[in-house]
Write a protein that binds this ligand. Structure first.
Ligand code: GLC
Length: 435
C-alpha cells in the first residue's frame, strides 16, 4: 500500500468515504451565467446589488438536497459559505451582506448543516479568500473592478489588514457556531508567477490572508478539521485538490503520494448556469468516480442550485444515475484505493482494492469479447463474481490450447470467462476475493 504524507487534520474517514457533494450557491444563481459573472462582466458592486435585492429561494428545502446527495452515494458535502462575490449564506455578525437581509430573510446554512447531518453526512465549508464586495479588499488584477479608472485612488482607502480581520472573524464564526466541521476548503491564492500568471501580475497569497495566523486559529478551534491546499502556505494543508481534470496517477507532492480530492462540475460551471449545455453523462460520471478511486483519490462532484433553491432537473438526473450504480456497486468505492503495483489493470479497465477485506474490483469500461486476461493475478484469486448480482464469474489459468498463443510474460495471467452480451449495468464490476 502507498504510504501518504502525514496530515494534521483527520483524513481517516475521508479516504474511506471517497465521494462527496460540492454545492456552489450564492447570488450568482440569479444571473445564472457562471459564479464568476461579476468578475467576467465587470459588474460594479452597486449594480450587482440587484441580485441581493431579489434573492428569494422560496423552494429551498435542504432535506431534499441531502436526500438527493445521500441517494447518489455521497458521504459528505462542502457548501460555499461565501464565494468570491462576497455574499454570505449564514447570519454573520460581521456583515450585512448575508441571506437574512435578502427578501428570503433567513439563515440558509444552519438548516442545511442539520439536514445533511441527519443523512449521516460529514460537513465541509468552502470559504472564499477572495471578496469582490468587501470595501477593504484591495483591488488586484483579478478583481471585478480591476479596470476601474479610479482603481488606484480607491485602493488608497482600502486596508487589506482590516479585511484579514474580517476573514479570520468569519472563519471563527464558521468553526464555532455550527458544531463539528469536518472540512475547511479555502479558495484561492493567485500570486504572480504561479499558474502561468506574469511576474508583473498583482495577485494575492499567504500574506494577504495571514495564512499562518489563520492556520493557527483553525487548529486551536478545530484540531481535526481537514484543510485544502489553497492558502499558499505549505505545511498547512491535508489534501491536494486538482480541479476539473482527472490526474494521470496518484497525486504526489515533493515525490510523495498525498491524500487528494478531485473536484468536478456536472456541466461547465460551478454556479447554476441556465444555458450551459456541456453536461456529463451518467456513464462519464460513474467512470470519473471509479477512475479517481483507482488512483487513490476522492471525488467532490458539484451541483449549482437555482435561485429558487432547487437542484435543477439535469443535476438530479445525474445524481439519480450515480445512485443507481452505487446501490449495487458501492463496495468497489467505499474503503477502496489503488491496487497494489503487482496487479495490472487490463485494457479499458480500472482496478480498485479494499485492503481490509482483501478484495479486488475490476471495472469494465468496455465490454471485452468473452475472455479477459488479468496480468499478475494467476494463483491469487479464490473466488470471483459480478458485484451487482453476485453471480459467479469463472476464472482459471490459461488453457493448454491458449498457451500456444501467449507471450512468455503473460504467464502470470488469469483468464476470465465473460458472457458474450454485456450485463445491463453502466459499468460492470467483477469482485475478486484474493487468497
Ligand atoms: C475555482 C473558481 C471557483 C470554484 C473553485 C472550485 O478556483 O474560482 O469558482 O469555486 O474553483 O474548485
Amino acid at each position: 500500500m502507498l504510504e501518504t504524507m502525514k496530515t494534521d487534520g483527520n483524513t481517516k474517514w475521508f479516504v474511506k468515504d471517497r465521494f462527496g457533494l460540492f454545492i456552489h450557491w450564492g447570488l450568482y444563481a440569479l444571473p445564472a451565467r457562471h459564479e464568476w459573472v461579476m468578475q467576467q462582466e465587470e459588474i460594479m458592486p452597486d449594480v450587482y446589488e440587484k441580485y441581493f435585492k431579489h434573492f428569494d429561494p422560496d423552494l429551498y428545502d435542504p432535506k431534499v438536497w441531502a436526500q438527493a446527495a445521500s441517494g447518489a452515494g455521497m458521504k459528505y458535502f462542502v457548501i460555499t459559505t461565501k464565494h468570491h462575490e462576497g455574499f454570505c449564506l449564514w447570519d454573520s455578525k460581521l456583515t450585512d451582506y448575508k441571506a437574512p437581509n435578502t427578501p428570503y430573510g433567513k439563515d440558509l446554512l444552519t438548516p442545511m448543516v442539520e439536514a445533511f447531518r441527519e443523512q449521516n453526512m460529514k460537513v465541509g465549508f468552502y470559504h472564499s479568500l477572495i471578496d469582490w464586495h468587501h470595501p477593504d479588499f484591495t483591488i488586484d488584477d483579478l478583481h471585478a473592478q480591476r479596470n476601474h479608472p479610479d482603481r488606484a485612488k480607491m485602493n488608497e482607502k482600502r486596508d487589506q489588514k482590516r479585511y484579514i480581520e474580517y476573514l479570520h472573524g468569519q472563519v471563527r464564526e464558521l468553526l464555532t457556531q455550527f458544531g463539528k466541521v469536518d472540512i475547511m476548503w479555502f479558495d484561492f491564492s493567485y500570486m504572480p508567477g504561479t499558474a502561468g500568471r506574469p511576474e508583473s501580475w498583482i495577485g494575492k497569497g499567504c500574506k494577504d490572508w495571514d495564512s499562518a495566523g489563520l492556520y493557527k486559529m483553525i487548529r486551536e478551534l478545530m484540531p481535526e478539521v481537514i484543510l485544502d491546499d489553497r492558502l499558499d502556505l505549505d505545511g498547512t494543508w491535508d489534501i491536494k485538490t486538482p480541479e476539473q481534470f482527472q490526474p494521470r496517477q496518484w497525486v504526489h507532492f515533493n515525490g510523495q503520494p498525498v491524500v487528494w480530492e478531485g473536484c468536478q462540475t456536472l456541466s461547465g460551471s460551478w454556479g447554476y448556469h441556465r444555458d450551459e449545455n456541456t453536461w456529463k453523462s451518467v456513464d462519464q460520471l460513474v467512470q470519473m468516480l471509479i477512475d479517481t478511486v483507482s488512483k487513490g483519490g476522492n471525488l467532490l462532484l458539484n451541483v449549482g442550485p437555482t435561485g429558487r433553491g432547487e437542484f435543477d432537473h439535469r443535476a438530479l438526473n445525474c445524481l439519480e444515475g450515480l445512485g443507481k450504480w452505487m446501490k449495487y456497486n458501492s463496495r468497489s468505492i467505499y474503503g477502496c484505493t489503488q491496487a497494489p503495483a503487482e496487479f495490472k489493470a487490463p485494457e479499458d479497465c480500472r482496478l480498485t482494492y479494499n485492503p481490509d477485506t482483501n478484495r479486488m474490483y475490476v471495472h469494465l469500461f468496455n465490454w471485452p469479447c468473452q475472455h479477459m486476461y488479468l496480468d499478475g493475478f494467476a494463483g491469487k484469486v479464490e473466488y470471483a463474481q459480478f458485484l451487482h448480482d453476485a453471480s459467479e464469474v469463472k476464472c482459471k489459468g490459461l488453457e493448454e490450447w491458449q498457451q500456444d498463443f501467449v507471450q512468455d510474460n503473460d504467464q502470470g495471467a488469469l483468464s476470465i470467462n465473460l458472457p458474450v452480451i454485456k450485463t445491463n449495468v453502466t459499468v460492470p464490476v467483477i469482485e475478486l476475493f484474493l487468497k
